[in-house]
Design a protein around this ligand. Structure first.
Ligand code: NAD
Length: 252
């Protein structure tokens, strides 16, 4: 570790110490230390699996079958994953009242598993742990759908209203969840420190929240292994590993 890294970790600890209402924003990078590949790093999800667009899921039975095959094959890597030290540091900030909310682009449920209360996690891109009906919203557990998939190679329509059932994630081309967007905006507008962790900050509208925080006068910190397009507007940009940086900042 060089002096520059130490100085940045100390500055991070200082900003966190001074914050009265911190909001944490996370991307796929927080979960790579739990063994879940991110999207854009070499070997990440995009280099191996082409995303299925929402309109294709709705229009094509073949696309739906492929989508369910991916869900039940576990090839995305989030089945059975456990929170890592980065998740634990964030959970500690929330439970001690330092952070008011965690806005996440992740669908892996690891913030909740690390102890962040459900009502403090704002999921912009949904959750891969269950499915729901696109018409009536009725929730279905994956374990309950698995026998049908094993038998038929697909998942049939909603027993309640006949609508299409889909994993409760937000696919490319799918409308953003209104309630999560609204909660994320409220949390962002109220915070005095916005900490963006493990996101390439290339996916909009999610990446609009760090910009919004900065525009309303909050301090902005970006922690990511590589540069992001928003580093130039940040009060502090740290290019480092998440687990070690957060643990170090906590112990300063
Ligand atoms: P991204 O893949 O675009 O960016 C992740 C960033 O994290 C990269 O810039 C990478 O350099 C950095 N990173 C990876 N591991 C790191 C580490 N240990 N320390 C520091 N930095 C690290 O991900 P994104 O910005 O979240 O956007 C992609 C979309 O993909 C998200 O919207 C999300 O819905 C989805 N996704 C989610 C998961 C998940 O739930 N865990 C996994 C893959 C993709």
């Amino acid at each position: 570790m060089n002096g520059n890294t130490e100085a940045k970790e100390a500055r991070l600890a200082e900003l966190i110490g001074a914050a009265r209402n911190m909001v944490v924003f996370t991307g796929a990078g927080i979960s790579t230390e739990s063994g879940i590949p991110d999207f854009r790093s070499p070997g990440g999800v995009w280099s191996r699996i082409k995303p299925i667009q929402f309109e294709d899921f709705v229009a094509s039975p073949d696309a739906r079958r492929e989508s369910w095959r991916r869900v039940f094959s576990g090839e995305r890597g989030w089945t059975g994953a456990q929170p890592n030290s980065g998740h634990d540091v964030i959970a500690n900030w929330v439970t001690t009242g330092k952070a008011s909310a965690v806005i996440t682009q992740n669908v892996d449920n690891l913030h909740q598993l690390s102890g962040v209360p459900e009502d403090k996690v704002i999921e912009l891109h949904g959750n891969a742990g269950y499915a729901h009906c696109l018409e009536c919203g009725q929730r279905s557990e994956l374990a309950a759908l698995a026998p049908e998939f094993e038998r038929d190679g697909e998942v049939g329509p909603c027993s309640h209203c006949g609508g299409l059932i889909k994993l409760a994630t937000v696919s490319f081309g799918q409308p953003m969840p209104w309630s999560a967007m609204h909660r994320a905006e409220r949390a962002t507008l109220r915070c005095d420190l916005f900490l963006a962790i493990g996101s390439s900050l290339q996916v909009y509208p999610a990446a609009g929240f760090p910009e919004m925080a900065k525009q309303v006068g909050a301090k902005l910190v970006i922690l990511n292994r590589e540069e992001t397009p928003l580093d130039g507007m940040a009060d502090l940009a740290i290019h480092g590993e998440i687990g070690t940086t957060l643990s170090a900042a906590q112990s300063v």
